[in-house]
Design a protein around this ligand. Sequence first.
Ligand SMILES: C[S@@+](CC[C@H](N)C(=O)[O-])C[C@H]1O[C@@H](n2cnc3c(N)ncnc32)[C@H](O)[C@@H]1O
Length: 433
Amino acid sequence: MDSVQRVGGDAHETMKRLFGEEVALKYFEHLARPPPTTARVNTLVTTPEQVAEELRALVPEALKGSVAILESLPDVVVVQTLGPIDRSSSNLSKVWVSRKCGEAVLRGANIFAPGVMAAETSLAVGIRVAVYADITDSLTKGSFKNEDNHPGHYLGNGIAKMDRKMLFHTERAHGIAIVLDEAVFVAPSLNGIMEDKIYLQNLPSAVVSHVLDPQPGEYVLDMCASPGGKTTHMAILMGDKGRLVAFDKGYEKVKDIERNAKRLGLTIIQAHRNDATKYRKYISESGEVTNGANPPMFARESFDRILVDPPCSALGIRPRLEFSDRLSTDLQQKALFQRNFLRAAVMLLKPGGVLVYSTCTINPGENESNVRYALDEFPLKLEKPKVRLGEVGVEGMGLSDEEREMVQRFEPWGRHDTPGFFCARFRKTGEYQ
Ligand SMILES: C[S@@+](CC[C@H](N)C(=O)[O-])C[C@H]1O[C@@H](n2cnc3c(N)ncnc32)[C@H](O)[C@@H]1O
């Protein structure tokens, strides 16, 4: 179809140059495909069996048989995604939704009025339409697109519930705009359901807290915590006993952590707005002084376990319908920036404590290379994780074969059909001043 644009645009060439043709091809083949939906269970209030049963009752008929507890990670319930299903969009009136809306639709969301950007003049209530995501993010709300040549990513066909007037000339139009009954990918829409019982989390992210393995009663830090996916998981693994400190940079980000902790009924999480890289501002030489301090102060070498899940190039995220053309400079900058979090973590971690480093990218510079950096720079050694679902680390980035086997790497084309991800577990072997 001539109006379908290849997701990634010019970034194909950059990816080839950076990672080689084979990786670039596999990468873009999987980028716009949604992985299976995974729900992590709040085992403090329910069981995976109960969640699986409730989900079977909620998901579309075609997906019921695929709901299962993951054998390799028993606090995760998985619902498979069907697709791509061959649909024909010929002769249908076209509608364009925003790129973000398109990505949500690939994960099973409905199409609501605010997400619709443009539609042909033929749009009327009740007609069948073909829906495209505007991967260029260039359409202005309410545009007419009769020329049939605006590039888009095809999402499927559906029935229009609103016309142009209802969509574009009604202040704050809301509600379902199109029922996508012939989606290219069929995924369950689980947002907002079973709120106290599940947290929607990609499979590799649900592995991370098991790798950290925090114990009840311990003193644990999550340095880049918002919206709190891994923090809430840690609190659950700790039986909601102990102290769990969570940092993030923005005010709203901290509110998100608090909201998620509250909805899951967790009480041990103390979230702070804090730039984790500026450790001189929040590490107290005289001991811990958190009460009333702004920013709060923490004692050097005091935490039993620390997670560093820093901002990264996010090359692992899927489905994804856009790509930054600043890719190559971003990759280098991110890798260097992440080292600041590692340094701060080593200063805060007890000798003998556990540090886990994770990213949602496939970029070896932010993954294996930063592990090498950490091993060379700090008193740290790699450890075999208790839970291992990923593959070994890549060659040629400074890790020995034995070290590559201790880290885990998830690739979007890997056997678990997950987003791309990386995770390594270290033990601190001595003091660090
Ligand atoms: C990969 S996300 C964390 C996801 C989170 N761990 C989870 O599982 O829900 C990275 C986070 O780092 C935060 N961040 C960025 N710079 C930071 C800084 N200097 N200090 C603390 N947090 C920072 C971002 O706001 C973002 O929420």
